[in-house]
Design a protein around this ligand. Structure first.
Ligand code: NAP
Length: 257
């Protein structure tokens, strides 16, 4: 791995949902900047593949199979990271799902529970276990995955997803205020349309999105997972030492229209 400029040298970073898309690109970027990386994901195959990619580039990483919506598994994850690497300096709470697409009225209770459990409760559970360790070690940085859907409405048939991501932004801001004096910075990242398996899964919606991207997004294109990873690394690094409680948009200008 070409060691870039070592913005996270000596740090330990945890990335949830690190087996795919933005999580995988971020895991690679954290490792490139010198961090030891713990990857949590539902899928052992995907998570271990990210570990292999990091190791092939001479980085250091472990995988811990975790469902972020399960409190026991999240507690075990944080314990394991600290047991293996001795600390937890940066956390990127990224795992999330889009859920079934429907209007607010047509949404089933089961879909509501699933989306809120993973996207919002999952982030709360992660912070609940991460913050006590960071307090003990007198500092740390947390980046929570929100979305442009955490700042505005307008994504068709994604009302519950939108609610979950607004919740992430609110929780991030509240927690940032609560733990600022403990030296812990907590920010959210709000990507626009990023080309990942999540976006590509629904082929019909994806081809419609591609057809309208030039009018929808001032940049005229989809974003890449690497472009989001770059912002997450910066937010996690000491370069962002006075940035706290911020919801950073990475969207090619989409929300400014
Ligand atoms: P992705 O490629 O589907 O990656 C999501 C990863 O999270 C997958 O590896 C998935 O595992 C994992 N995951 C899902 N549920 C989990 C759980 N309960 N516990 C642990 N891991 C879990 O999608 P992505 O686009 O990179 O999305 C990453 C995050 O970015 C999500 O929170 C998403 O809402 C957010 N986001 C994405 C976009 C976009 O345009 N792509 C825009 C804004 C925000 P499995 O594959 O095994 O389910």
């Amino acid at each position: 791995m070409s060691k870039s400029i070592g913005r996270l040298e000596g740090k330990v970073a945890l990335i949830t949902g690190g087996g795919s898309g933005i999580g995988r690109s971020s895991a690679l970027a954290f490792a490139r900047e010198g961090a030891k990386v713990a990857i949590a994901d539902l899928s052992p195959e995907a998570g271990e593949d990210t570990v292999k990619l990091i190791q092939q580039a001479n980085g250091e990483a472990i995988f811990v199979k975790t469902n972020v919506a399960n409190a026991t598994e999240v507690r075990a994850l944080i314990k394991k990271v600290v047991a293996v690497y001795g600390s937890i300096d940066c956390a990127f709470n990224n795992a999330g799902i889009e859920g079934n697409k429907s209007s607010a009225v047509a949404c089933s209770e089961q879909n509501w529970e699933r989306v809120i459990d993973v996207n919002l409760k999952g982030i709360w559970l992660c912070m609940k276990s991460q913050i006590p360790y960071m307090r003990e070690q007198r500092g740390g940085s947390i980046v929570n995955m929100a979305s442009v859907a955490g700042l505005r409405s307008g994504l068709p048939r994604l009302s519950i997803y939108t609610a979950s991501k607004h919740g992430v932004v609110g929780l991030t801001k509240a927690a940032a205020v609560e733990y600022a004096r403990a030296g812990i910075r907590i920010n959210a990242i709000c990507p626009g349309f990023i080309q990942t398996p999540m976006l590509e899964r629904d082929e019909e919606t994806f081809s419609q999105l591609k057809a309208s991207i030039e009018t929808l997004v001032p940049a005229g294109r989809l974003g890449t997972p690497e472009e989001v990873a770059e912002a997450v690394v910066w937010l996690s690094s000491d370069a962002a030492s006075f940035v706290n409680g911020h919801a950073m948009v990475v969207d090619g200008g989409y929300t400014t229209r």
